[in-house]
Design a protein around this ligand. Structure first.
Ligand code: UDP
Length: 240
């Protein structure tokens, strides 16, 4: 499996099918492997936050979530094969887990959201077992870890936003009896129907970020990291 370094973050250069096959193997094991899905904003944060960078580098696979990462890789002269949005990866994986009658635990988002997401996912993937849910606003890890270990799911979705989710997975992997964990930001909000994802045409054009910005203008501060990311990539290419 080849990795491509983008401003210090080692991205896996894989196609979606390969990633899903690999993830299914992790789910079958009990090694609490974990997946991170950085976008340019997370890459820029990791450059300023050593703990976050270490959590990302410690992941079993690092998927290029944002279209910006794909452009960054091109600018750096080492293109990635495919963009792999975390939410699409999760859907593909849960489809396979559903055929295998395997289980998922949904962790994160505001109270009630994970439960609603669970109901919707169960309807969409009838074979999938919803092993448990827990919201993402907590003060103590211990009862959450106990609940997850009692459920012992093949897959654990950790949707706490970045950097909380990456740090949580890195810190707790050793204590968890799960196959695979995936840090997926606001995906539970989408599965619950609380947040609407960009229409497919916008996604295909690589404009999902613009759609989100129009829907949630308060994201502008976070998104200012995108031009900085492009500038850094250009600078690195030139100095190389
Ligand atoms: N969240 C959480 N606990 C926290 C902070 C955030 O569970 O302490 C959840 C929040 O409710 C939302 C998700 O984490 O569901 C973050 O979503 P965001 O849109 O910021 O993530 P993105 O998809 O942009 O990575």
């Amino acid at each position: 499996m080849s990795r491509i370094d983008i401003l210090g973050v080692p991205f896996d250069n894989m196609m979606m099918d390969e990633v899903v096959d690999y993830a299914m193997n992790c789910c079958a094991g009990r090694s609490a492997a974990y997946v991170v899905t950085p976008n340019p904003e997370i890459v820029m944060s990791a450059r300023e936050n050593r703990e976050l960078m270490e959590a990302i580098r410690g992941a079993d696979f690092v998927l290029p979530d944002g279209i910006g990462v794909i452009y960054g890789a091109r600018i750096l002269g080492s293109p990635l094969q495919e963009r792999i949005p975390g939410i699409d990866f999760a859907v593909r994986l849960m489809e396979r887990l559903s055929y295998a009658k395997s289980s998922v635990f949904l962790f994160g988002a505001k109270p009630g959201v994970a439960e609603q997401a669970g109901e919707n996912l169960k309807e969409r993937f009838p074979g999938l077992v919803i092993a448990g849910t827990c919201d993402g606003y907590f003060t103590d890890d211990a009862p959450i870890i106990t609940a997850i270990n009692e459920a012992a799911p093949e897959l654990l979705l950790v949707c706490l936003g970045s950097p909380k989710q990456e740090l949580w997975m890195a810190q707790n992997a050793g204590k968890l009896k799960v196959g695979l964990m995936a840090g997926l930001g606001g995906s539970l909000d989408v599965f619950a129907g609380v947040v609407e994802r960009a229409p497919e045409r916008w996604q295909r054009l690589g404009l999902e970020w613009l759609y989100r910005l129009i829907k949630e203008p308060s994201r502008i501060g976070r998104m200012m990291k995108l031009p900085k990311f492009v500038l850094c990539a250009v600078k690195e290419r030139v100095t190389r």
